[in-house]
Write a protein that binds this ligand. Sequence first.
Ligand SMILES: [Zn+2]
Length: 470
Amino acid sequence: MKDQTGYDVPYQKAWYSLKMAREIVYGTWESSVQKLPAYLGAIQKYNPGTIVEWKHEGFQASTGKYAMGYVFWAFKPCIDGFQFCRNIISVDDTHLYTKYKYKLLIVAAMDGNQQVLPFAFAVVDEETYPSSKWFLQQLSRHVIRGRRGMCLISDRHGGLIKAVREGPDFVSPHGVHRYCLRHVCSNFNSTIKNVVLKDLCWQAGSEYQLKKFNRIMEEIKKHDVKAFAYLDQINKEKWTASHDGGWRCGILTTNMSECINGVLKGARRLPVSALVEITLERTVHYFHVRAIKGKKMLQNNQLWTDFACKMFISWQQKAVEHTVTKYSHAQQSASMQTRRQGRRGMNTHVVKIANRECSCGKWNQFGIPCSHAQKVCGAYNISAASIVKNYYDVMAYNNTYSKHFEPVQSKDYWDDPNFQLVHDPTIRTVTHPGRNQTTRIHNEMDWRQTRARQEAQQQQGDSSIQENVP
Ligand SMILES: [Zn+2]
């Protein structure tokens, strides 16, 4: 700051000034909670079909107001756009750096251009089974709405796992639950404390071929038997691309960095109404920019999105290097040998076009015929382009972003909500036994979040807050 202004302002003074400025602009957490019902009501008024659900903590007879518990919101254009996205969603969570124990959940879909679309949000308390259960119920009722074949990616938070198991959307036979590989690696490193093994853990989880996965696991075993045992006891379907069966669509993580940072850059210290406003503004921005991008793809007469075109062409170019041996005409099957490139290559893969599978595992994950499959398509005179999944179609991409948002008028035009909401500090500042108990596996990513929150609280001079230090 001294370099920029010439004044040497002590850090704490600067921080308090920033806090005061923030409160002048956005209000306090408490005033923000009071404003929230009317503001969310206004978003619904101008964008009909937008979902807002509340779970109050109780009714205060003395004030005639409800105490804030949880809130869930999903914008109508996003709910409609999600119908054209792939069968996969991720749930990210992040602590809010307020003096109260709240966290934000973000549900994101993946569009046909491999871009994250955040489309539903919730503010809940620390990760507990009840809050996860309530959140999944809202998601199921308002967003999933009976859609089958869905894959949910999340971290391995015990409350969420339990709530997911109670189904029906992400349990067999309707769907699956998969773990974020970044979280698995981070949890693994928190226990094993070895970055080399952490890298190997990432390689094992992200490898599509079974034989390569087995090779990496053997390497981990050679380094450390305990590390191997730790990973071996996690259901491999849940964390490895090689055992996944194609549910993950090539998506290994909850895309936390893009999703959380993209939506919430600098917003985690803001009170709740401002937070909702930012989720709205950010989502509107995504729709605006991507709708323009979609129009350009149409003007270019593209069949598929930029992402799919790039991947298809790169595999098409690679296909010329392969040698094919046809086996069964009925199954359109073949074995394939890749060309030697230095110490790499000379791999054999088996392709069965009728089953839409290649032993390299990539076709199944991405829904685009891999270089091996494209080569076999050529051998059997089949159009490889005709078997690209239709969620990559430019029309599907345009449909995702076809609805538009209406701006919210100033608060003079907002309707009175049919209830009043307050923040009840007795609920949020005290950890009740069995209520705010977190069941999540803590890891190094939490420590970074916890440190940042502790810093914020110390600076607020609030010594009454108890942290769940892992
Ligand atoms: Zn392949």
